[in-house]
Design a protein around this ligand. Sequence first.
Ligand SMILES: CC(C)(COP(=O)(O)OP(=O)(O)OC[C@H]1O[C@@H](n2cnc3c(N)ncnc32)[C@H](O)[C@@H]1OP(=O)(O)O)[C@@H](O)C(=O)NCCC(=O)NCCS
Length: 448
Amino acid sequence: MPFVIKVMPHSPVPSAEFVAWFRSVAPYIHAFRGRTFVVAFGGEVVADGKFIELTHDLNLLSSLGVRLVLVHGARPQIERHLIRNNLDGHYHHGIRLTDSETMQCVKEAVGRVRVEIEALLSMGLANSPMANADIRVAGGNFITAQPMGVIHGVDLLYTGSVRKVDVVAIKDRLDRNEVVLLSPLGYSPTGEVFNLTLEEVATRTAIALDADKLIFLMEMEGVQDAQGNLLRELTVADARTILSEKDRLSEDVALFLPCAVLACEAGVARTHLVSRHVDGSILQELFSDIGIGSMVVESPLNTLRDATIDDVGGILQLLQPLEVEGILVRRGRERLEREIERFVVLEHDHRIIGCAALYPFFEEQAAELACLAVQINYRKQGYGDLLLKHMIAKAQEKGLNRLFVLTTRTAHWFIERGFKEMDINELPSQKKMLYNFQRRSKVFVRKF
Ligand SMILES: CC(C)(COP(=O)(O)OP(=O)(O)OC[C@H]1O[C@@H](n2cnc3c(N)ncnc32)[C@H](O)[C@@H]1OP(=O)(O)O)[C@@H](O)C(=O)NCCC(=O)NCCS
């Protein structure tokens, strides 16, 4: 009998951080199931041998129920083919002019890249985190193209633009759990093939499919402001301002940011611009609060509104760590449910990142501000102030003229916002009876 050595994988006991991490990604997993993402990447990803890592991440997304449409480019491969065939690339106003010889190179280069991608996507991912999870790749004549025509007196010949996306056919393949792979080529009803750009194919497909996300992998880490800081979130208006400063745009941003604007305005919920150089960049962008690249959205993601019973879970998640630390007084789920109409919540991208509660004492024309909290990743951006101002306005609407707060550790924050310390005896009598002398909170008041 052969001697079998059983190798036990090293499996450390999951730590509290692991549990916290898993809980933090679970809402994204839930939210992404059944959603359609269009992921666009240049031929550079394949040329650099980076596609294998990307395959793992795409496979993971697909196995989580994300409906994936991939759009690949082939610019470096086309350039190489042209050089090999002693052909010069001709450009007119930044657009490649595709004559019949160039088109031959385009077809060969795109075909090769496509085969390579299909091979990698078909590969059994042995020794990978996604072993045994096969990807079935679908391709076809999903994109109808038309010639770009004559621009400023120059016929661009086989350079085309997208005329139509066969939404029904693509959705049919996605319904069968297949990953759709699109090349930057389109076919005309007259039987010709046209050379397209990957960004146009990706954008038009995302719009036609009413995709939830359009993701561009690019050279840069995202879009930067004038000081070179990465902008994690931009509205379409922000993006337009950046695009107007043409001199400081990197090639990638100039290429992809207009597509993001177009997609968002046409109803694609989010467009992400992320680095192709960071291993797992798509996962880091999609499964974390702040992401790794830049996200473009139609309008600002924040909303401040009255809480409803459905918000109890989110508020508890926000308050519990602060209660454990003793910064806030512990209040259980039941009490929170009972008092939910006292709360307002600040949402960011449909996740609760801040809250506050207002308890009026009409006889004393006063209100208590309680449970003011902002999630740690979102602090120091003025959200605390925003919540405070909102609660003051609410108190004023109710005809009240002062707001008081009990706090053990946040005294200075309130003092800097016009609050003055007051004696416990000045508290509304009902509140005074409940004052916890062990906790020894200080009381601050702001009159208005
Ligand atoms: C207090 C709190 C709501 C502020 O939220 P925020 O969104 O960061 O507030 P803002 O952006 O409007 O203000 C940030 C400023 O307040 C300062 N600040 C934060 N906590 C502070 C504290 N305990 N004491 C003094 N200043 C504080 C920050 O340093 C920052 O100032 P800076 O930029 O000059 O450094 C947030 O820190 C929090 O949730 N704390 C834990 C809960 C709590 O203490 N609640 C109040 C008791 S009811």
